[in-house]
Design a protein around this ligand. Structure first.
Ligand code: SF4
Length: 296
């Protein structure tokens, strides 16, 4: 085969603006958390901004690559472990939370991050969420909520609005959507923050607090699926109605957090945080101590 006539064998010459931006990114440390595998998401997908924000949070916290474990289920977000530099587990559909819990129980010193979409986490995996929350397992769960099942080509998901036309419901989705924020607060996640893709600085701050929280951190993020949703969560519509959590909001007040979640406006930031609830590991250690005392 003849060589590509455009391939001179020399490095491409970048214009000065691009070259200096690349230098800035390299100096920022963000690339330290990106693997050599390039993401295969569609151009324009919201996952790129979320990934950028997450790398920013990891840089901020200085988490070592060898101490990071990313666990996913199935879906476009399920590919995440391939694109971050750390340990990863691409699990089966809907089972990321129990897998992540097992990792954390076996290796409590590691930072365990769970990622998944609304179909994976609230559909087939929906039964795991309340139990991970009530056990307060010390992992961070980022839910990529795009209101559609993207990997399977645009089926309705548990968060698809009622009436939206989708691949599985061409005459309109008959079901009422779930609200992951209200669900998480209803189960009383010990940390709950929310936000939207497209503002990585805002998201990086949220992820930093979520990863630093000791206990179960639940972070549902609204993000567009540009390929299979042209009407619900689009880049133009995604920012509608969002405002920062009010400065006088008390994140220890569950009722106030629920009121914000049910408000017609949408609030980004930390809605709820409990810092003194024992984690699953704390509770297990207490049981082991009591059992040891009983037999000695
Ligand atoms: Fe993103 Fe949708 Fe493409 Fe999946 S199908 S990568 S969610 S734009």
């Amino acid at each position: 085969m003849s060589p590509d006539k455009h391939d001179t064998g020399e490095a491409p010459v970048l214009n000065r603006g691009v070259a200096s931006r690349l230098d800035e990114v390299a100096d920022s440390g963000l690339l330290d958390y990106r693997s050599e595998a390039l993401p295969t998401w569609c151009p324009g997908c919201g996952y790129y901004g979320i990934t950028h924000a997450l790398a920013g949070a990891l840089v901020e916290l200085g988490i070592e690559n060898e101490n990071l474990v990313v666990v996913s289920g199935i879906g476009c977000a399920g590919r995440y472990p391939f694109f971050l530099k750390g340990y990863g587990f691409h699990g089966v559909h809907g089972r990321a939370l129990p897998l992540a819990g097992g990792v954390k129980i076996a290796r409590p010193e590691l930072t365990v991050l769970v990622v998944g979409g609304d179909g994976d986490g609230l559909g087939i995996g929906g039964g795991h969420l309340p139990h991970a929350i009530r056990r307060n397992i010390d992992v961070t769960y980022i839910l990529f909520d795009n209101g559609i099942s993207g990997l399977t080509k645009g089926q309705s998901s548990p968060t698809t609005p009622q009436g939206q036309r989708t691949g599985t419901h061409p005459w309109g989705n008959p079901d009422t959507p779930l609200d992951p924020v209200v669900l998480g607060l209803g189960y009383r996640a010990s940390f709950l923050a929310t936000g939207f893709a497209g503002d990585p600085d805002q998201l990086a701050g949220i992820f930093t607090r979520a990863l630093a929280h000791r206990g179960f951190s639940f972070v549902p993020i609204v993000t567009p699926c540009v390929t299979f949703d042209a009407v619900n969560i689009t880049w133009d519509r995604m920012r509608e109605g969002w405002q920062p959590v009010p400065e006088d909001h008390d994140p220890n007040d569950l009722s106030a957090a629920l009121a914000l979640a049910l408000d017609e406006n949408r609030y980004y930031g930390v809605l709820y945080e409990e810092t003194d609830r024992p984690t699953f590991a704390d509770a297990q250690a207490g049981i082991a101590d009591r059992a040891g005392a009983a037999v000695s």
